[in-house]
Design a protein around this ligand. Structure first.
Ligand code: NAD
Length: 243
């Protein structure tokens, strides 16, 4: 059992505005590999950070599309874990609760979270590479990636690649929530990918208590008010159970 500091339990019990930022680590216990974990099988020789860019898509659109198809398939066969479920429960407990995720796997919604700010898009959606507009459906043909039914351009996953801008509305909402948080939890993120990595620091500057949950230290750890070292699937249920 991981001990939760009493001071944190009390602060959470009295908090009204709670914000949580999640990263790939929260889905690790569901069997979704983080980018830093070694990839297996077919994709072992590729660095995910080199596949998740516009340049990679322009160079080899088929390879990038197939990598995302593989990830989409992987996600279909996994389930939300105890960490996702605990966050869905937290949403019901606090008057103002904001869940911000860098994940593209949709597992928070599948766990029952109703309001989720998806900073990096969602694997389940596709958009046109040329027009940058959503494409909800298309006719499957022999071509990979499929063609946009409007303009004939290539389809791409509706996710934010390295080097791309985040969706403005989502980023603004996340910043606003971070500014107003009393307690800010950073869960399963390496705290390296900007601008998401700056959100806990925005909260800290505004006087929030920042709680980090991660089995490894990150650049945020020395600044966090509480660093709970361990897997999110173990710690979050204990945290919620103590409320
Ligand atoms: P990251 O891969 O950089 O870091 C993952 C972090 O999770 C690490 O700090 C690791 O120590 C921690 N971790 C591992 N297991 C954990 C556990 N059981 N509980 C808590 N923490 C755990 O991920 P990131 O910070 O989210 O940034 C990388 C980018 O990769 C993001 O943009 C994200 O969109 C993308 N990504 C998403 C998914 C997904 O949707 N599931 C998967 C891989 C990558």
């Amino acid at each position: 059992m991981i001990p939760i500091p009493e001071k944190l339990v009390q602060a959470l019990k009295h908090a009204e505005r709670v914000v949580v930022l999640t990263g790939a680590g929260i889905s690790a216990e569901s069997g979704v590999p983080t980018f830093r974990d070694a990839q297996t099988g077919l994709w072992a020789s590729f660095n995910p950070e080199e596949l998740a860019t516009r340049e990679a898509f322009e160079k080899n659109p088929r390879r990038v599309w197939e990598w995302y198809a593989y990830r989409r398939d992987l996600i279909k066969n996994v389930k939300p874990n105890a960490g996702h479920l605990a966050l869905a429960e937290m949403e019901r407990r606090f008057p103002r609760f904001t869940l911000i995720t860098q994940n593209v796997d949709g597992l928070h919604r599948r766990a029952g979270s109703r309001s989720v700010i998806e900073l990096h898009g969602n694997l389940a959606r596709s958009k046109c590479f040329e027009e940058d507009l959503p494409v909800p459906s298309w006719e499957e043909g022999p071509e990979i990636p499929p063609r946009c039914p409007r303009c004939g351009g290539s389809l791409r996953p509706d996710v934010v690649w390295f080097g791309e801008m985040l969706p403005v509305r989502e980023l603004e909402a996340a910043m606003e929530a971070a500014k107003n948080a009393q307690i800010f939890l950073s869960v399963g993120t390496s705290a390296l990918v900007q601008p998401a990595a700056s959100l806990p620091f925005v909260a800290l500057e505004r006087g929030a208590s920042v709680v980090e949950i991660n089995p490894e230290e990150t650049p945020l750890s020395p600044h966090a008010s509480f660093f709970l070292k361990g897997p999110a699937g173990l710690i979050l249920p204990v945290l919620v159970g103590g409320l």
